[in-house]
Design a protein around this ligand. Structure first.
Ligand SMILES: Cc1cc2nc3c(=O)[nH]c(=O)nc-3n(C[C@H](O)[C@H](O)[C@H](O)COP(=O)(O)OP(=O)(O)OC[C@H]3O[C@@H](n4cnc5c(N)ncnc54)[C@H](O)[C@@H]3O)c2cc1C
Length: 106
């Protein structure tokens, strides 16, 4: 760690997550602990997008999981409806066959 022109440089310290409070940056979680800040300048080069977008990625993953669960529920409902429909059709066939037997016996 060293100071230069009023700026403190901390080496061998990795930013894990940018924390927010009501939509505003409130600090950064680092390997050396939490640092409170009002302004965060992301200059992590090629990996700057994943650092900024970690929260967005988590939200997108949750949305994808919810959509997959909804699709699975819809598929299960459709399968149950088809099974019920087939069972009802099968029961109608039995009723019509038994009615024919009754009419022949009469
Ligand atoms: C092979 C190659 C050749 C190039 N040649 C040239 C050239 O000839 N001329 C030219 O003008 N440009 C060249 N470039 C492009 C140049 O290197 C980049 O544009 C420049 O380095 C970008 O600077 P930067 O400060 O934005 O990012 P970087 O130099 O990538 O610095 C990012 C810093 O963030 C740190 N960091 C990353 N993640 C974290 C984290 N989670 N927490 C804390 N710190 C983190 C990294 O350790 C790194 O020190 C070249 C690039 C490559 C890959």
């Amino acid at each position: 760690m060293y100071w230069c022109s009023g700026v403190r440089f901390v080496e061998r310290c990795s930013v894990n997550q940018v924390t927010t409070n009501v939509g505003r940056v409130s600090g950064v979680d680092t390997t050396l602990g939490h640092i409170n800040c009002e302004i965060f300048v992301n200059c992590a080069g090629l990996v700057s997008t994943p650092i900024s977008c970690r929260l967005i990625m988590i939200i997108i993953i949750i949305i994808i999981i919810v959509v997959i669960i909804i699709i699975i529920i819809i598929i299960i409902i459709i399968i149950v409806i088809i099974i019920k429909f087939l069972q009802a059709a099968n029961a109608l066939c039995h009723v019509s066959v038994s009615n024919r037997h009754v009419s022949r016996l009469l």
